[in-house]
Design a protein around this ligand. Structure first.
Ligand code: CA
Length: 249
């Protein structure tokens, strides 16, 4: 049996069945789970490209599952399946890094459209980007740090890490401050200070500056009147071995 591409975590049997059938009919390989414990285990298996996650679940709730998934697979796409009216949960989910949400009851067509859109967006991103390098700097996204040598390292905050990953995911174009705000905080950016982003970017640039002064590689380029773009000298490491193993049958 080939590895599941999509994991459906939903405790309501009728909804779970409907979602699994719709995905299977569209050609996806699907694994399912009726509680958050099994859901988490299945979600972090190699080969998984997307998780559909209910929030109110037995054993472990969806937000907790999402939080745990993010620790291990920071960029794995997750779509939240949410009940109408539970806006707080939705906002919490998006803040925790969910990629999208669908409100129950949803049609198979709507769900498939969301799934395709999220997978399309994810196709450009370095799968589970573990590390990148810039000149002498090795950026370890999981450990949230920049290593210059065995002894010299600089810690990155979650926000700085998020901004850098987002810039690298979109390294062929510039991204606006609003996009960064929406992506990182998952909410309508109107009324939020885009200057916040400028502050984080300034800090990131300072942290990525070669302390020996030998490299002048530009980490983040300012695109006038628009936003930011990752510098051309970043190198992205191959996805971790887990992924390579997953592609074997
Ligand atoms: Ca539920």
């Amino acid at each position: 049996m080939s590895a599941a591409q999509i994991v459906v975590v939903e405790d309501e049997p009728a909804i779970r069945r409907g979602v699994v059938d719709a995905l299977t009919a569209s050609g996806y390989t699907v694994a399912e789970a009726a509680d958050g414990g099994i859901g988490y285990e299945r979600s972090i298996q190699p080969g998984v490209r997307l998780v559909l996650l209910d929030l109110l679940l037995p054993v472990r709730d969806g937000i907790e599952v999402l939080e745990e998934i993010r620790k291990v697979r920071p960029t794995l796409p997750v779509i939240i399946l949410t009940a109408r009216g539970s806006e707080d949960d939705r906002v919490r989910g998006l803040k925790m890094g969910a990629d999208d949400y669908v409100v129950k009851p949803f049609s198979a067509r709507e769900l498939l459209a969301r799934v395709e859109a999220v997978l399309r967006r994810a196709a450009d991103r370095p799968a589970d980007m573990a590390r990148a390098s810039l000149g002498k700097a090795v950026i370890d996204f999981q450990r949230r740090e920049i290593r210059w040598s065995d002894k010299e390292r600089t810690e990155l905050s979650d926000t700085e890490t998020g901004i850098l990953i987002f810039l690298l995911e979109n390294r062929n174009r510039s991204v606006s401050r609003e996009e960064i705000l929406t992506r990182l905080w998952g909410i309508d950016p109107s009324g939020l200070e885009t200057r916040t982003i400028d502050m984080h970017v300034a800090r990131l640039r300072a942290k990525l500056r070669d302390p020996s002064g030998k490299s002048s590689a530009e980490a983040i380029v300012t695109v006038r009147a628009h936003g930011y773009m990752a510098g051309p000298d970043f190198k992205l490491d191959e996805p971790p071995p887990l992924q390579a193993a997953a592609s074997r049958k």
